[in-house]
Design a protein around this ligand. Structure first.
Ligand code: PGA
Length: 251
């Protein structure tokens, strides 16, 4: 099955309005190329979402980095999925490891947020990943598969959910998982999806994230069960992010 590759850039808490120049450079580069089998998306801080959605000219998608599980209400400082959609987002991350670790988000909370995303018409990018201790004690596969099945929203389909496997120890550290470990985890995740969705599992996109850079992207993106990348640091500069998109097979 051919799955449209997704190269997604997570800006985290980085970027002021001047950084929109990077988004425009990305737009101009993408606009000059034929549409291939790759889709690009940027996840800016919420303050830039609306302006970036306009600046994208529709050539790349935008997404929020988090949303609240409720549709509206007295939740000072939070954003609903509908607000992100209203600001032009197509996607929203659910359960990035920085949210799970720094904000105490359990898989139950991630599940509720992903459901809110679907209810608002967003595509949820459900993030999972093991710690170094879990990998070193041989628990990575079982932990990550369990995390995935607990976090997936009811009604998940390959159209409204994307999965991102990001080993916690590889995020922002410059340490990337080996291609053998990445492929083996992605295959394990697809097997878990098959247990719930049957043949439809083959349609889900599973992204890899964790220190993806221009110089390692081609090897990672060529793996059979890797359907794209979730890129942090290397998405902040258009030149680096473009080099990663260009490394995807079939661009
Ligand atoms: P990194 O971040 O590419 O800077 O390691 C990835 C992520 O957290 O999505």
């Amino acid at each position: 099955m051919t799955r449209l590759k997704l190269i997604a850039g997570n800006w985290k808490m980085n970027g002021l309005s001047a950084s929109l120049g990077e988004a425009k450079a990305l737009r101009d580069w993408l606009a000059g190329r034929p549409r291939g089998r790759t889709e690009a998306a940027l996840f800016p801080p919420a303050t830039l979402l609306s302006a970036m959605s306009v600046a994208s000219g529709g050539v790349f998608a935008t997404g929020g980095q988090d949303c609240h599980a409720a549709a509206s209400g007295a939740f000072t400082g939070d954003l609903s999925a509908a607000m992100l959609k209203d600001a032009g987002a197509k996607y929203v991350l659910a359960g990035h490891s920085e949210r799970r670790t720094l904000h105490g988000e359990s898989s139950d909370i991630v599940h509720a947020k992903a459901e809110a995303a679907l209810a608002a018409g967003l595509v949820a990018v459900v993030c999972v990943g093991e710690t170094l201790a879990q990998r070193e004690t041989g628990q990575a596969d079982s932990f990550v598969s369990g995390q995935l099945l607990e976090s997936l929203p009811v009604g998940a389909t390959p159209e409204n959910v994307v999965i991102a496997y990001e080993p916690v120890w590889a995020i922002g550290t410059g340490r990337v998982a080996s291609t053998a470990d990445i492929q083996s985890m992605h295959a394990a995740l697809r097997a878990s999806l098959r247990s719930r969705f049957g043949e439809a599992a083959d349609g889900f996109r599973i992204l890899y994230g964790g220190s993806v850079k221009p110089d390692n992207a081609a090897d990672i993106l060529a793996l059979p069960d890797v359907d794209g990348a979730l890129v942090g640091g290397a998405s902040l500069k258009a030149a680096d992010f473009i080099a990663i998109i260009a490394a995807a097979p079939g661009v």
